[in-house]
Design a protein around this ligand. Sequence first.
Ligand SMILES: Cc1cc2nc3c(=O)[nH]c(=O)nc-3n(C[C@H](O)[C@H](O)[C@H](O)COP(=O)(O)OP(=O)(O)OC[C@H]3O[C@@H](n4cnc5c(N)ncnc54)[C@H](O)[C@@H]3O)c2cc1C
Length: 382
Amino acid sequence: MPYSFELSPRQRELQRQVQEFTQKHVAPVAAKVDETDVIPRELIKIMRNPPYKYTAAWIPKKFDGLELDRLDICILMEEIAYASLPIATLIEVSGVTTLVIGFGGSEELKQKYLSRHAKGEIFAAFSLTEEGAGSDAGSIQTRAEKSGDDYILNGEKRLVSMAELADIFIIFAKTDPTKRRRSISAFVVEKDFPGVSLGKRRTCFGVKGHQTFDLVLKDCHVPIENRIGEEGRGFKYALMTFDDTRPTLACGYVGLARAALDIALKFAKKRETFGKPLIEHEAIKFPITEIATEIECARLLAYKAAWLADNGLWHKKEASMAKYYGAELAVKAAMAAMKTLGGFGSTTEYPIERFLRDATTFTVAQGSPEIQRLVIARELLK
Ligand SMILES: Cc1cc2nc3c(=O)[nH]c(=O)nc-3n(C[C@H](O)[C@H](O)[C@H](O)COP(=O)(O)OP(=O)(O)OC[C@H]3O[C@@H](n4cnc5c(N)ncnc54)[C@H](O)[C@@H]3O)c2cc1C
């Protein structure tokens, strides 16, 4: 597929539709979501059902999904995150869960869970992190012991996004605790399986509404057919998934940065100090031009990674570059906007303080910037 710097007519139409959706459904509730720490169930329902079905973006048409390209999902993420990063993360959580099933799951498993997810009947959460294992995910302790036709899962998970909303969990557990990554398998665990319970809620200072919980697995019997793919391949499916979802998350950061830039620009053109608009002062103008330039860079990096993914080309390095660059840009853009707005920047009259909390909190999701750098280094040294 040839590379173009222009969106295709189909992509422009998608962008227009998502902008319309965002203006109608997301922008009006964004501040309230932050204030109440709850995404309205009505909005989630709208995002899961026709005509939008955005949470089915990653699911093949064969299983009733939208089967959008990764680049299309970049557009989706940027436009929704322009109004609210936490609401956009519904699409990312849908990605990290449905892709793991898509990469490794049997036809029966896909039919059973992807189709229902695509129809808006169920929602999935992703559960890898534990108390002693975040970046170093190979050291998870959750056990999966085979017993007849079941696996018995025991362990405690941390920071499971949108766990309260979830009907199923993608759980990563080890069949051999003496080994690392190669003994990790992935399972679909239904929330109603005996032995599954939500633990403590971990309140974050940003991405309000996104909500993260602990998850407890106590002698939880999971049928063998709910193992995703082969035993010991779970971590591989997780990494394949992140290679595809990091570019789209990067575009979520771009959306937030663009929103911060627009507010800063508008303010700087209107407000005057010492007889001229703020934008005429170089100390204000230059950081704004830097952010505008870096937004272009971040979007291009993410689009390139997504384009490589869409064309079946190796894109691990580019995905991590896009993710780390985008995450750091979002924080930088929110900080620059806060500085531009002076004292008003940190008041709740403007969404800048929310952007700063959202950007900072979500920097580590799907791997911190340091971990992205380690991935890039590993690829460079190959
Ligand atoms: C809002 C939110 C939502 C989340 N949602 C989910 C979810 O749905 N499912 C899930 O499984 N997890 C989720 N997480 C967890 C997230 O993936 C982890 O927090 C992240 O991977 C980092 O792990 P950690 O917190 O254990 O930090 P650690 O791994 O302990 O790292 C601490 C710090 O040290 C740095 N560091 C670690 N190792 C190195 C190294 N080798 N070199 C340099 N620096 C290093 C890290 O970058 C970090 O800054 C979520 C987290 C947040 C904040």
